[in-house]
Design a protein around this ligand. Structure first.
Ligand code: FE2
Length: 248
């Protein structure tokens, strides 16, 4: 199993605060069956601008640390890129990492916009024209999804993939995110799951959440795709067949 969204690199963003936390997070992830982690540290223009080369060397150090600690996990470079207008340039200038250096890019949007910012479509088109595939981080948390979940149908139909946070189903991010995720799972609108762990807390409720998610997906084959096959395609930089949402 691969965690598609995790802030596990120490001293990098608001995730793991030190190496001990990274070790504890790694041990928990391993015990739950994870073999790989995409280290999606925040990249925020003018705020948390990771210099790519330094960031990648931190990941090398973390992999070495896990080897020493006998934690059987492979960590891949990635970023959670906060939406901006020049993502293609940021990738090409090696300021941000795509997911495991693949064609897939994890992008976060502002949480509190009632309507999706119109330049999102333009930026996503630019990414696709340059050969990249946008993956939207935790759509269930956005106000524009609460206002109109059909916006996600438009995004999926334009080739955007969606990554939901496992703990959203517990109410960790509020009752509305929980409701949105339920709808998304029932309507076949989730392509990946991630823990979005910043500490070890999500791992404590992980199994309970996964049980609920599996029940809502209600399709063994699709659940397997979300959990195993799609993340494998990302790490191997392979094409993912898009499935379309159910119309209720
Ligand atoms: Fe995140």
């Amino acid at each position: 199993m691969i965690d598609m969204h995790c802030h596990i690199v120490p001293y990098t963003d608001d995730g793991a605060k030190d190496t001990q936390t990274s070790i504890e997070m790694g041990r928990k992830a391993e015990s739950l069956g994870y073999k790989s982690i995409l280290a999606t540290s925040h990249y925020i223009v003018h705020d948390n601008e990771l210099v790519n080369r330094e960031f990648v060397s931190n990941i090398d150090k973390l992999n070495e640390l896990y080897e020493i600690e006998k934690i059987d996990l492979k960590v891949y470079p990635a970023n959670e890129v906060f939406f901006t207008n020049d993502i293609v340039e940021l990738i090409q200038n090696k300021k941000v990492c795509t997911l495991a250096n693949s064609r897939y890019v994890l992008i976060e949007l502002p949480l509190f916009n009632k309507i999706i910012p119109m330049n999102v479509y333009d930026e996503f088109n630019k990414l696709q024209d340059a050969g990249y595939i946008p993956v939207l981080a935790h759509p269930e948390r956005y106000d524009f999804v609460t206002e109109n979940i059909e916006t996600l149908v438009t995004l999926i139909e334009s080739g955007v993939l969606l990554q939901a946070n496992i703990a959203s189903i517990s109410g960790k991010y509020g009752s509305q995110a929980k409701k949105n995720l339920k709808k998304m799972l029932k309507r076949n609108m989730v392509h990946f799951l991630g823990t979005d762990s910043h500490t070890t807390s999500v791992y404590e409720i992980y199994e309970k959440c996964m049980k609920k998610i599996k029940k809502l997906v209600n399709d063994e084959e699709r659940f397997e795709k979300i959990l195993i096959e799609n993340p494998n395609h990302v790490v191997n930089d392979e094409k993912i067949d898009i499935w379309y949402p159910k119309y209720k």
